[in-house]
Ligand binder design. Structure first.
Ligand code: SAH
Length: 229
């Protein structure tokens, strides 16, 4: 079973959106498991402090390495085979390829930070892999963890109804996906492209590939360049 352990100051956020729909059904069926750990349980003193002021000054607060180490060690021992991920805007941007790798593995231990982030020393001390979900700043790692888990869980065997629909999607082919249409045949004077109604599957496949290529060229030329590397 694919297992996610979330270290967070807000365990009540989970499973949240992952308790519904495909991911939620799969969770209920035991295809995957989600466990949350309250970082504050390892906080310091009567107030269970988890953060402190930044060394060298500056705004905001930084999560303490000793508190995070205790939280990580309690959640995943040395022999736990799961990768330890730190959600972080400084991380390697998450890709479908990395998602596929993670989905094929045993799960993940995911540290969700808050405030200005974590004391740098915890990253090496607990071999954390920093993962970003994009070039913008969230208020905490929880929403990023949702995105990562959602992307992984839908790839687990038995989660998506039609196995194939996972493989034709954007990024799996290195291209953005071709456009979709469904009924009605005419929507406010906009017809479905004639070729899709032709029944000629070879022509349709060719048309879709051309559309995908044109869209990718126009919107994400970086994806085409990446394919050639
Ligand atoms: N001061 C930091 C931002 C901290 S935001 C900086 O400028 O880089 C607080 C926390 O939210 C981060 O520590 C991280 O856990 C999470 N977070 C914010 N943006 C994220 C992103 N794009 N991807 C993944 N996690 C993110």
């Amino acid at each position: 079973m694919w297992r996610a352990t979330i270290l967070t100051l807000f365990p009540e956020m989970f499973p949240g959106p992952l308790g519904l729909s495909l991911a939620g059904d799969a969770l209920a069926r035991g295809v995957w498991a989600l466990e949350t750990r309250q970082i504050r349980e390892h906080g310091i003193g009567r107030h269970r402090a988890v953060d402190d002021t930044p060394a060298g000054g500056g705004p905001g607060m930084v999560m303490r390495a000793d508190v995070l180490a205790a939280a990580i060690d309690a959640a995943a021992d040395e022999n736990d085979p799961r990768p330890r991920l730190l959600m972080s805007p400084r991380g390697r941007p998450l890709t479908q390829a990395r998602v596929r790798d993670l989905a094929q593995g045993p799960g993940a231990v995911i540290l969700c930070a808050r405030f200005e982030g974590v004391d740098e020393r915890i990253i090496a001390a607990r071999r954390l892999e920093e993962v970003s979900i994009g070039d913008y700043i969230l208020s905490g790692g929880e929403v990023a963890a949702f995105a990562l888990m959602d992307a992984c869980v839908r790839l687990l065997p038995g989660v998506m109804g039609e196995e194939l629909s996972g493989e034709e999607e954007s990024f799996e082919t290195g291209l953005l996906e071709y456009p979709h249409y469904t009924r009605p045949r005419d929507f406010e004077g906009r017809p479905i492209p004639e070729i899709l109604l032709s029944g000629d599957h070879a022509k349709i496949a060719k048309w879709r590939h051309e559309q995908a290529l044109a869209l990718t060229r126009a919107r994400r030329p970086d994806l085409l360049a990446r394919g050639k590397e």
